[in-house]
Design a protein around this ligand. Structure first.
Ligand code: BES
Ligand code: MN
Ligand code: ZN
Length: 495
């Protein structure tokens, strides 16, 4: 495994290897699409004779998500649906392979051809095969009655005929996504600011990153009033983690910021109990940025990256911040806390202000920031705000890698709603409209004019509360790791 880190449990996924041929006895993973005249199977070195006829005989349709298991001569075959034959793209391959990977539990060895695209095949396998059973003391067995059960993955899949460099890069990206998933899936009694910062130290040493951890004393000394105010209600003090990847051939400089609320109760503005357990995912933005900077280092991306990750637990208590309190952010902007459940923007404001002091050409920040994001865009589509060009690049890049994203505006008419009678700004606007955009506008106040920046609200996309689909498992998804890694490569190409 790529990252040896101290967590009570990790997710499991298939193991992949690279080879010129399929090992004998391996189950063959082959695609099937539906065309105008019925199903079509792409001609591939690994397709056994009689595949098409056999699939027709069992009524396979080739629809997306369909997985058909057959025995042809002596070969175990798992056929995965790609959907419409005229619309096959990387995402169709990732989803089809992902669905196949989830159905491999009881198979020891499998093989797949890299002809359908090295990266989508590898990502489909490693991302789709991922499953997290946490601290269950015994694996549940998947049977017809218990279709929901998840058994740890042990299958070894040989990827046949892939270019080695492409293969290695895809493995790094997929392992990084799964690292973010592991962190987000970890319960908050195990993952809290101090333990999370120490896991970041482990990741940093594996990936070759510099790390500096600011504890509560350092935060006090340097004036990080937003992070301190959110962490104040918890017996577990906050942290700010600074990670650096500084290659000698860097062609540009990027700042990364990610929300690291290890649990969000809402604080004194307490959330309702129903579904509150999902708030272990409120550190998803910071987990994604940790995964991004680690992937960038392992991929040796020629870009200087400074990640600033604010970590805090938002709890109600006698020492917690109250509605009506006024806090002073890093850099001096004051904020009236109207609602202690709008805590993400408070910790992010400090981290964004600090990240901008490094004078990056681009600043990319991501957070599980607002319930309003889910209202506006649903569960799977991130809202992207910020400077026009970077915002649009990220939204388009997200859609390109299969992490849905959409550009959203910052509204002039909400400027007035930011005003407070007793502070520079206030953290909520007491309106039912445009909550995601208001949060974006709040953050924009901490970014100087000359820095291109983007804010990615992943409240919905970071967590899959439903059944697995394509290459997305239940619970943590690892979004938007692949979007940001791909954006960084595009920014490098632009230089
Ligand atoms: N962490 C939540 C946002 C969230 C909601 C993430 C649902 C994932 C799923 C955030 O801290 C929050 O509570 N936001 C409030 C802001 C409000 C008080 C202005 C919200 O969206 O309700
Ligand atoms: Mn909250
Ligand atoms: Zn939150």
């Amino acid at each position: 495994m790529a990252f040896e880190i101290s967590l009570p449990a990790r997710g499991t996924t298939v193991r992949t290897t690279l080879s010129e041929s399929a090992p004998s006895g391996a189950a063959l993973l082959v695609p099937v699409a539906h065309g105008e005249d019925g199903i079509e199977v792409p001609v591939t070195a690994l397709a056994p004779k009689g595949l098409l006829e056999a699939l027709v005989a069992v009524g396979a349709k080739g629809t997306e998500g369909e997985v058909t298991r057959l025995l042809i001569d002596d070969h175990l075959v798992t056929a995965f649906g790609l959907g419409d034959a005229s619309e096959i793209d990387d995402e169709a391959v990732r989803r089809g392979v992902g669905a196949a990977a989830r159905a491999l539990n009881d198979v020891e060895r499998a093989a797949i051809s890299a002809e359908f695209g090295v990266a989508p095949v590898v990502e489909g396998l490693l991302l789709g095969g991922y499953t997290y059973t946490g601290l269950k003391s015994q694996a549940e067995v998947q049977d017809d009655e218990n279709s929901d059960a998840e058994t740890p993955q042990t299958t070894e899949v040989t990827v046949v005929g892939a270019d080695e460099a492409e293969y290695n890069a895809a493995v790094i990206v997929a392992e990084s996504v799964n690292l973010a998933r592991d962190l987000v899936n970890t319960p908050a009694n195990y993952l809290y600011p101090e333990s999370y910062a120490s896991v970041m130290g482990e990741v940093a040493s594996t990936a070759g990153l510099d790390i500096e951890v600011l504890d509560d004393t350092a935060l006090e000394e340097q004036g990080f009033g937003g992070i301190l105010s959110v962490g104040r209600g918890s017996s577990r003090p906050p942290r700010l983690v600074h990670l650096t990847w500084a290659p000698s051939d860097a062609s540009t400089k990027v700042g990364l910021v990610g929300k690291g609320i290890t649990f969000d109760t809402g604080g004194i503005s307490l959330k309702p109990g129903s579904g509150m357990e999902d708030m272990i995912s409120d550190m998803g933005g910071s987990a994604a940025q940790l995964a991004v900077i680690a992937a960038s280092a392992r991929l040796k991306l020629p870009v200087r990256i400074d990640a600033w990750l604010p970590l805090a637990e938002n709890m109600p208590s006698g020492t917690a911040t109250r509605p009506g309190d006024v806090i002073t952010h890093y850099g001096g902007i004051t904020s009236e806390v109207i609602n202690t459940d709008a805590e993400g923007r408070l910790v992010l404001a400090d981290a964004v202000a600090r990240a901008c002091e490094d004078d990056p050409a681009y600043l990319i920040e991501t957070a599980t920031l607002t319930g309003a994001q889910l209202v506006a865009l649903g569960n799977r589509t991130a809202g992207v705000m910020g400077s026009d060009e970077l915002r649009d690049l990220i939204a388009e890049t997200g859609r390109g890698v299969g992490e849905q994203a959409w550009a959203m505006p910052l509204l002039e008419e909400q400027e007035d709603e930011l005003k407070s009678p007793i502070a520079d700004i206030r953290n909520t606007h007491n309106a039912r409209t445009g909550g995601m955009l208001f949060a974006g506008l709040y953050l924009s106040r901490f970014v100087p004019e000359d820095i291109e920046w983007a804010h990615i609200d992943i409240a919905g996309p970071a967590w899959n509360g439903g059944a697995p689909y394509g290459y997305t498992p239940k619970r943590a998804t690892g979004a938007p790791v692949r979007t940001i890694v791909e954006t960084l490569s595009r920014l490098v190409d632009k230089q």
